[in-house]
Design a protein around this ligand. Structure first.
Ligand code: NDP
Length: 332
């Protein structure tokens, strides 16, 4: 049973030296527990925050212990009456091949409803993050302009499509021509900007948003957001979902935003998806409905092999993924 431990806290960009592969015994079960053979792991930008020891909304990972993240796996042994061998389950388990879990730590997923990987993406926390950021914070009205940064990633690609469902004009910002084409041609975004090849992001945004910006779903922060915030319309709304551009730069400050918010009477709200846990049912039901109606689509970038987990995680900071980044580590 291989595990991956965090052995050193990264100051800036993590590298392979911060992770260690460790061989441990397959755990044995106590009462009401299950043994899971892990099939898919989710790697997520927020895990970078847990690798530091700063206080946040989730506790830091402990050094010399396994990393923890979203997993889909198959029950291979069970002492619980609620789970049987062969059930497909999901939960926050470890970067490991076999996990032991209590009944409370996992939930069953129905492989006949949707591909099992969607539990880690569009029908899981990724989709819910996009849903609540748009539905509750951006609240786009018909014809308004919504800008999404990190627009070809897991959350951003979903947020932009949901803003379209609400009738908005959607402008995406992403880091390659392939991604810009994808969000325009396949996801129906109205305009898109490649921030890596555009010399003047401000000018490109002004051109893409001739009527200003009514709502901004921000995944990245940094200079991209500085430019977007210059274009806010009166009573604009900003869903502060992520700030990946600063995750590897602990001292990143950037320009001050107060004046920009006052000038536009804008509302900015940071959130974590778990703030909405009492509405997850509603969110999941709408996401499922839009998927089945073809109004929502999703993509997954799946890397194969347990040994490639760190590389897949580090790829998030280089933009190697389109849609949700997953790692396939086992066969059912
Ligand atoms: P993504 O699938 O969007 O992957 C990360 C993407 O970020 C990369 O593909 C890359 O795309 C882009 N990126 C990386 N570095 C930079 C940079 N310096 N500047 C601009 N873009 C960059 O990940 P997720 O969809 O899982 O997460 C997106 C954001 O949402 C993250 O900030 C994450 O922390 C946040 N989040 C917040 C949650 C919440 O509850 N508030 C829940 C889930 C996610 P590109 O090629 O375009 O650069």
């Amino acid at each position: 049973n291989r595990q991956i431990h965090l052995v050193k806290r990264p100051e800036t960009i993590p590298t392979e030296e911060h992770f260690k592969f460790v061989e441990v015994p397959v755990p044995s079960l106590g009462e009401n527990e299950v043994l899971i053979h892990n099939l898919y792991l989710s790697v997520d930008p927020y895990m970078r925050g847990r690798m530091s020891d700063q206080k946040s909304y989730v506790a830091p990972f402990n050094l010399n212990e396994k990393l923890v993240g979203g997993v889909v796996g198959e029950v291979v042994e069970s002492s619980s009456s609620r789970f049987s061998k062969g059930d497909i389950v999901t939960g926050m388990l470890g970067w490991e091949e076999y996990s032991k879990a209590t009944e409370k730590e996992i939930r069953k997923i129905d492989p006949n409803m949707a591909p099992v990987t969607t539990a880690l993406g569009i029908l899981g926390l990724t989709g819910l993050t996009a849903y609540f950021g748009i539905e509750d914070i951006c609240r786009p009205k018909e014809g308004e302009t919504v800008v999404v940064s990190g627009a070809a990633g897991a959350v951003g690609s979903t947020a932009g499509q949901i803003a379209k469902i609400f009738g908005a004009r959607v402008v995406g910002i992403a880091g390659s021509d392939d991604k810009v084409n994808y969000i325009q041609k396949e996801l129906g975004f109205d305009a898109a900007i490649n921030y890596k090849t555009t010399d003047d992001i401000q000018a490109a945004l002004e051109e893409a948003c001739p009527n200003g910006v009514d709502a901004y779903f921000d995944n990245v922060g940094g200079e991209i957001s500085d430019a977007v915030l210059n274009l806010l319309n009166k009573h604009a709304r900003i869903a502060q979902c992520g700030a990946i551009s600063s995750y590897n730069k602990p001292d990143d400050q950037g320009p001050r935003i107060q004046t920009k918010l006052i000038k536009s009477s804008a509302l900015i709200k940071g959130f974590v998806v778990s703030d909405y846990s009492d509405r997850f049912k509603e969110g999941a039901s709408n996401l499922g409905k839009w998927l089945s109606e073809g109004k929502l689509t999703y993509e997954e970038t799946i890397v194969e092999g347990f040994e490639n987990i760190p590389e897949a995680f580090l790829g998030l900071f280089k933009g190697t993924n389109r849609g949700k980044q997953l790692v396939k580590i086992g066969e059912p």
